[in-house]
Design a protein around this ligand. Sequence first.
Ligand SMILES: NC(=O)c1ccc[n+]([C@@H]2O[C@H](COP(=O)([O-])OP(=O)(O)OC[C@H]3O[C@@H](n4cnc5c(N)ncnc54)[C@H](O)[C@@H]3O)[C@@H](O)[C@H]2O)c1
Ligand SMILES: [Zn+2]
Length: 703
Amino acid sequence: MTTDIQQRLTALTEQLHHLNYQYYQRDISEVSDQEFDRLLAELARLEDEYPQFAQANSPTQRVGGTVTKQFPTAEHRYPMLSLGNTYSEADLREFDERVRKGLEGAETAYVCELKFDGAAMSLTYEAGQLTQAVTRGDGARGDVVTSNVRTIRNVPLHLRPAGAPQPPEFEVRGEIFMPLPVFAELNQEREANGEAQLANPRNAAAGALKLQDSAQVAARKLRFYAYAFLMPGRAQFATHSASLEALSAWGLPVADTWRRCATLEQVLDFVHEWDQKRFELPVATDGIVIKVDDFRQQELLGYTAKSPRWAIAYKYPAEAGRTRLLAVQYQVGRTGAVTPVALLEPVPLAGTVVRRASLHNANQIAALDLRLGDLVFVEKGGEIIPKVTGVDLEARPEGSQPIVYPTECPACGTPLLRPEGEAHFRCPNDRGCPPQRKAKLEHFVSRKALDIDGLGAETVGRFFDLGLVTDAASLYELPAKAGQLAQLERMGEKSVQRLVAGLALSQQIPFDRVLFGLGIRYVGETVAEKLAAHYRTVEALAAATAPELAAVPEVGGVIAESAAAWFREPENQALVERLRAAGVQLALTGEAPQPQSDRLAGLTFVLSGVFEQHSRDGLHHLIEQHGGKITGSISKKLSFLVAGDKMGPAKREKATSLNVPIISETDLLAMLPAAGDAADATAATPGSAAAVASAAYEQGALF
Ligand SMILES: NC(=O)c1ccc[n+]([C@@H]2O[C@H](COP(=O)([O-])OP(=O)(O)OC[C@H]3O[C@@H](n4cnc5c(N)ncnc54)[C@H](O)[C@@H]3O)[C@@H](O)[C@H]2O)c1
Ligand SMILES: [Zn+2]
């Protein structure tokens, strides 16, 4: 008996630790939030009943997140906790009773706020200026992500001196989130690039905050809503609601959906009111947060190890429905990934009629033991794409057969491959498989690539089906077929003229967008920009080896391998030549950016670890701007290893054993001409900078 319980406790603890790791570290939800909360509640109940088995660092006692290794960390002045949560109104009534009891019957009021689903953020303002942004982390320490947060457009960098007086230093807490339309667009882009889809906007926001390059964070278009004010000592406001009003007046974005409720009945009204209305907002929400309004009462009620006793989150259960699985469709994407999609008998769910649902991949189908004709459960939670979560086994038709995942491409018959570590099967016939060819063409003409006026995805798809075009270069043969095109239904003379003009205009589209348009796996918009800027011509790019490509900022090993392999294929080389003949831009025009100085000429650098004053890419750029070179590996010939925070010990050892000087970011910056004295910069000899640094190194001043 006891061992059974002990085993269950251990199993639950392990499972929850694992789910927390996936969720906070890797931004993956393996189970629904509701399922997670059910498991956590079960563990709490067992620990309550058998306190002798409870562990000090049980998931019930700790905030789920941790700090990451990519950023410096900072301690929270006031711990950043989680919220108790519930899915039932009965629990809300209990919460209200506990509060009243705790306050010995004193009058109390609540503030109800929508629970935006993103990542919690703590902002510090000093003398009206944003000075620090820290993630929740493990509740006690978080990651310092100030430069990333500065890119969020509605986070004020300076406050307005309006409304209540501003304390010299205070903290604002709120949620960073990705607006739904931005999320949808990002996923479309990822699909086009052959990258895995992000499950929901929460994952997307949390993932974006962990990026090292702030410019990339800015491109994710995150937003912020403030929901709490904290200051040292006693707050200058008597109530939470008064502080929210002050935050608004100072220019901080407070969602205007909050409401003060004098009674629990009013709280429940608010909960009901937003049950459906929340789907009209351009932000993912997963519930309502209910807080005691009076700050002094909050203080009296206090905290548990994990959450305040004066607040609770009511979470809306994910909307689920039951419907019949009619068929499974296998879609082949641009990069050959095969995705199964469930075709369903239409069912209304969370404000829309659902006809299709994601089945993710073959594992999922097997795990669910899905069969055609099954009644299946479909859920639509924070995610936009509904998903099949289970099968109603009792209602299973007799004699049903399991779904057999195809072993051959449904479009071209090529045996499917499943690269190790990947969830998706893939059709390797990338040049012959019709849906892949067609999707590549659609990608080439798309808005962010060649943006060919008069040639949308649908038209180009139709041309492909009719055999009028076969690949990107063949598009430029269309003008010669103008007569034939004009005969097509819904085309006509005018549309053909527009198309011909559109093709001519596309010859002006810069090289980076052409490169993106080629649809090389993993070469998205940003990577294409970086590669084009670095190599300037397609010849130089095609001649680069994978390790060389990998040394370009933001181009990792996987991307580099993929790009190098692409340019090695004779067919792709031929395509490039045909595009050149068609007059498409295969080199950047205009002057290459001039180096700012040659201070670092002749010197080579390896950058390692996390840096404080610049991002790694920023430093890379700076070094090149001053004539230095970046390499990937430490060798005897290397001039300097620039060590940031958290550099691995192996690198340090290797550099030391090869007598390569190790310098810090500050030392590196000291080697550069100070801003403004560019004139004298070119006069300085590169040797002098090196001498300064190595002298410092010898004095032991650097490490
Ligand atoms: N599916 C999984 O595998 C998995 C794993 C771990 C956690 N989870 C989910 O995450 C939850 C735990 O996460 P959590 O600790 O971040 O708690 P939480 O998300 O339930 O609540 C706390 C958070 O709510 C946010 N919030 C939004 N609006 C707010 C407002 N107006 N006022 C205050 N806070 C507001 C803040 O970011 C705060 O940190 C679990 O209950 C579970 O649902 C799921
Ligand atoms: Zn195929």
